[in-house]
Design a protein around this ligand. Structure first.
Ligand code: SF4
Length: 345
């Protein structure tokens, strides 16, 4: 049987697992073998996903499962994504329990994160439907490496996405991530042109691998031309991990340089991440330059947006999904045991 969820197109014999480890052939069908099980739940600031233009300051209930359909040598989450141990999946939770927990905890949204939701899309879609039934939004943090039909099915249930644009050459994608750039670009164009999903992009800059001026120039020009100037871009710092322990951490100057290239090419909202940089983490009006949302790590400071999401000084709209006031969750990270919510059923 062939799995058609992602372009890897794994061909599986009875009982065999795919590259992602969680999809397998059972009774002549490709199924998700880890439905309903998670590697853990945590309430985070939405800025941590990172999403800077989607209900800033709000709390998001984050969870992931195990496995991944990419093979990034620099994986910053490999204990989950490369897990072959089902005991990683200790937390059992029905979609309804997750939705109720999010609502009771005051979370504006639930995020499928830590590993790529593409591979557990049946579970993610059921969770999304349960969330929408109680007024909770859904967020996908993904590499966007998926086939057309599942892409349409999946994003129909998602309100906001942060998609990794891991580099801008096929060589980097194929040699370092095991995926194809062209398929990811197709997902990005689909999300922007054919859905109402709020999209932000993240690029983890790995020294000497994907951080040249030329590559950043080509990437950011493509984003402005094909996705428009309002899609926020986050340039984040790599730390040596998994199969790339011989590469040094990303210097903060590299992140500042990437942000400058993006802004020069017309990206209106470019950010640095994983470093202390209040200037690179704040949101500015693209018209008058007013600092609209001050950020220091995940903590919000001064707020200069009007109740309808415009610059308080010049009145230009700032693109995104904004509430009349910023959320008040702050920078806290709060692990949650879903079993506590099950017990109340
Ligand atoms: S989702 Fe998993 S099983 Fe399916 S093609 Fe991709 S890697 Fe293979």
């Amino acid at each position: 049987m062939q799995c058609d969820v992602c372009p890897r197109a794994c061909k599986l014999h009875e009982g065999q697992q795919g590259f992602c480890f969680v999809r397998a052939c059972e009774h002549a069908e490709v199924v998700l073998t880890t439905y309903g099980r998670s590697s853990g739940f945590c309430v985070d600031p939405i800025e941590k996903k990172p999403l800077n233009h989607f209900h800033p300051g709000s709390a998001v209930l984050s969870f992931g499962t195990a496995g991944c359909n990419l093979g990034c040598k620099f994986c910053q989450n490999w204990d989950i994504s490369k897990s072959r141990e089902l005991d990683t999946l200790a937390d059992e939770a029905s979609p309804e329990t997750i939705a109720r927990a999010a609502a009771e905890l005051g979370c504006r949204s639930v995020a499928f994160t830590y590993n790529d939701p593409v591979i557990f899309m049946e579970y993610a879609i059921d969770v999304a439907q349960a969330c929408h039934a109680v007024g909770v939004d859904t967020v996908a943090v993904t590499a966007g490496y998926m086939c057309d039909a599942p892409r349409r099915e999946f994003f129909a249930h998602i309100d906001a996405a942060n998609v990794d644009l891991k580099g801008f050459t096929e060589e980097f994608y194929q040699q370092v991530t095991g995926a194809r750039l062209a398929d990811v670009l197709e997902t990005l164009e689909y999300v922007v042109n054919e859905t109402n999903v709020w999209l932000e992009l993240t690029t983890l800059l790995v020294p000497g691998q994907n951080d040249s001026d030329a590559e950043l120039d080509r990437m950011t020009r493509w984003v402005v031309e094909r996705l428009g100037p309002d899609v926020p871009m986050h340039f984040t710092a790599f730390h040596p991990d998994y199969r790339m322990t011989d590469v040094p951490p990303t210097p903060s100057e590299t992140l500042a340089r990437a942000r400058a290239v993006a802004r020069a090419n017309g990206v209106r909202y470019a950010y640095t991440g994983n470093v202390h940089d209040p200037d690179g983490g704040s949101t500015y009006c693209h018209g008058c330059g007013e600092r609209l949302i001050e950020r220091d790590w995940y903590r919000l400071g001064a707020w200069k947006l009007t109740a309808d999401g415009r610059c308080g000084r010049c009145g230009l709209p700032c693109r995104g999904r904004f509430d009349a006031k910023p959320g008040t969750w702050g920078a806290r990270r709060m692990p949650v045991r879903l079993a506590d919510f099950d017990a109340r059923e």
